[in-house]
Design a protein around this ligand. Structure first.
Ligand code: 16G
Length: 261
């Protein structure tokens, strides 16, 4: 760390009139991020090293760091440490084109990757039976992934497909749609329902956003050209990362101006 960055750890003891130590540490880190002394993606020293440098207890360090994680200034990655949160570039996504996550990121020159959360064959839920048109005896293929653009977690996608469309979920590599493409099952049309949610628990941790952050819940039902439902995906997209953009046209004579598909 640079000399300027090291000044984060000089605190004023209470006996010398200082504010509570965890508040001082928190403010020093916040100021350093604001002034660009430490930037997006920079690693902070370990809790133990900060405690030694600042001459305070690890409990005090943890309290300051946890507060900054909650407010989204720092992120903690399991096993690799604490970092200044990446600066979020908003992604503008058209609502009129049926694309895959991999295609969307490639078009923006970003690399798409995934962390697998689940991939397997299960007895279907009532929703899956109804939407995918399954019989109660049929099984369903599920693929759930954390979707990442460059280094930033963008969305959690939980897709369900009939076994007729995806007989072997293990065969899905980096792109679900390119796997479906190989068997002529890539969707030709989709209907999306977007609603607002506040993220809690494991999903917030996976997306590296503070608990309670505003996110978009998206349900996509995709169809083959024949009209058969092929995919039912429930996704959570980061509200600070996505703008969904729809082009609107004046309804022509005789066209309906509202309603759902
Ligand atoms: C998009 C779709 C998702 C689909 C995925 C396939 C939304 C909200 N969701 O992210 O339904 O499963 O693309 O992407 O747009 P892939 O081919 O990269 O796996």
């Amino acid at each position: 760390m640079s000399e300027a960055a090291e000044s984060i750890f000089s605190l004023v003891k209470a006996s010398e009139g200082g504010a509570p130590l965890y508040l001082q540490l928190k403010k020093n880190i916040e100021d350093a991020v604001q002034r660009g002394v430490i930037g997006p993606g920079d690693a902070l020293p370990s809790e133990r090293d900060i405690a030694i440098k600042a001459d305070i207890s690890r409990v005090t360090v943890r309290k300051a760091v946890q507060d900054l994680v909650k407010s989204g200034i720092l992120v903690q990655r399991h096993g690799s440490g604490t970092f200044v949160a990446p600066r979020m570039e908003r992604v503008e996504q058209s609502l009129s084109r049926l694309t895959s996550f991999t295609d969307d990121m490639a078009r923006r020159g970003m690399s798409a990757s995934s962390v697998w959360l689940d991939k397997g064959i299960y007895p279907p839920s009532p929703d899956e039976i109804m939407i995918l048109g399954l019989s109660a005896k049929e099984l369903v293929a599920r693929v759930s992934r954390l979707r990442i653009a460059n280094e930033t977690p963008m969305a959690i996608e939980r897709a369900s497909l009939s076994l007729a469309a995806l007989p072997d979920p293990e065969a899905v590599g980096s792109s679900l749609y390119s796997t479906l493409d190989k068997t002529g099952s890539r969707p030709a049309r989709a209907v999306q329902r977007i609603s607002a949610v506040n993220l809690v628990g494991a999903d917030a941790r996976l997306l590296e956003v503070p608990e309670g952050s505003a996110c978009l819940h998206i349900e996509r039902i995709s169809y083959l050209a024949s009209g058969k439902v092929i995919e039912f995906t429930r996704s959570i997209y980061r509200g600070d990362a996505y703008d969904f953009v729809a082009e609107l046209r004046l309804a022509g004579p005789g066209e309906e101006s509202g309603g759902t598909t």
